[in-house]
Design a protein around this ligand. Structure first.
Ligand SMILES: Nc1ncnc2c1ncn2[C@@H]1O[C@H](COP(=O)(O)OP(=O)(O)OP(=O)(O)O)[C@@H](O)[C@H]1O
Ligand SMILES: [Mg+2]
Length: 279
């Protein structure tokens, strides 16, 4: 038996892909996951608006929509007719509002409503290929919008991107149950990913006429949760009827309503993250 050969690491296409991911990702200064224990809390809205707010602060940003089944980033940004093309250095992110780069499997499908029917291992392979083949370029931030829960996509991304700075946990008052937040926090901690903090979405509604504050989804307990899990409560984002309205118009809320309270809260979140991660 030739001992020398058996000791050599086998170069498989997967290891080559992972190497390519490592090289490409080393050119992105801060890489942030946006995750939640449950669906429909506003992850995609927060990740797309955060990417726009960072671009507004003059950072170079690329946004990855890693929700293969429920992709909504292209709709939130009014880019559902856009396609991704390959250039000399790899697949080129589409250019979105305020110049952000946008990468989504949905932008690679022949029709946006083509269902993605990959199962577990195929899905992981698709994500790794995407990470390896996109020309992410030299960026200040990569924001990754994950599907709800703690499944295959989240795990694959965590395992293939080295140097992730951490994750934002998005939650909302009505589902601020400890179990759901705990599930996301435990998943991250077990995977060795730093919890950057909690972002509470749909926290309250402020009547534009009277200024009175209503807790439509229940009284928030973000502060208590943050204390219990020893992580900061980074932002409280109010309910704003202009958000679904902007989505219906296929225009990004952050661009249309930059001075609204929810947009300002997201901008403050962007400033905090830039201070913490880039200084
Ligand atoms: N602060 C807010 N005020 C009003 N509506 C909001 C707010 N945040 C999100 N929404 C609405 O909630 C809906 C769900 O948001 P979004 O798609 O971002 O959630 P998600 O967590 O990404 O969902 P999924 O788990 O399906 O990926 C959207 O239709 C959006 O219009
Ligand atoms: Mg989503």
């Amino acid at each position: 038996m030739n001992g020398e050969n058996t000791l050599k690491p086998r170069i498989t296409p997967l290891t080559l892909l992972l190497q390519a991911v490592k090289e490409r990702m080393s050119r992105v200064r801060a890489k942030i996951l946006v995750i939640s224990g449950k669906g429909g809390v506003g992850k995609s809205f927060i990740s797309s608006s955060l990417a726009l707010a960072l671009a507004d602060l003059k950072y170079s940003v690329v946004l990855l929509d890693a929700d293969l089944h429920g992709s909504s980033i292209p709709i939130l940004l009014g880019m559902d007719n856009v396609k991704l093309y390959a250039g000399e250095k790899g697949i080129l992110p589409a250019t979105g509002p305020l110049g952000i780069g946008v990468v989504s499997i949905n932008l690679m499908l022949p029709e946006p409503d083509t269902p993605v029917i990959w199962r577990g291992p195929l899905k992981s392979k698709a994500i790794i290929e995407l990470l390896a083949k996109v020309h992410w370029g030299d960026r200040d931030f990569l924001i990754i919008d994950l599907p709800p829960g703690t499944g295959d996509e989240a795990l694959t991304i965590i395992q293939s991107i080295h140097g992730l700075n951490g994750a934002l946990i998005v939650t909302a008052p009505n589902i601020l149950s400890e179990v759901i937040v705990a599930k996301a926090i435990n998943f991250l901690r077990r995977s060795g990913i730093k919890v950057l903090g909690i972002v509470e979405n749909m926290s309250y509604f402020k009547c534009p006429e009277t200024g009175k504050v209503y807790y439509l989804l229940g009284k928030s307990s973000g502060e208590e949760l943050a204390e219990k899990y020893n992580t900061p409560l980074l932002a409280k984002i109010p309910l704003d009827p202009s958000i679904p309205e902007a989505i219906e118009k296929r225009k990004p809320y952050y661009v249309l309503y930059r001075e609204n309270e929810a947009a300002k809260a997201i901008r403050e979140l962007a400033e905090k993250l830039a201070r913490e991660l880039l200084s």
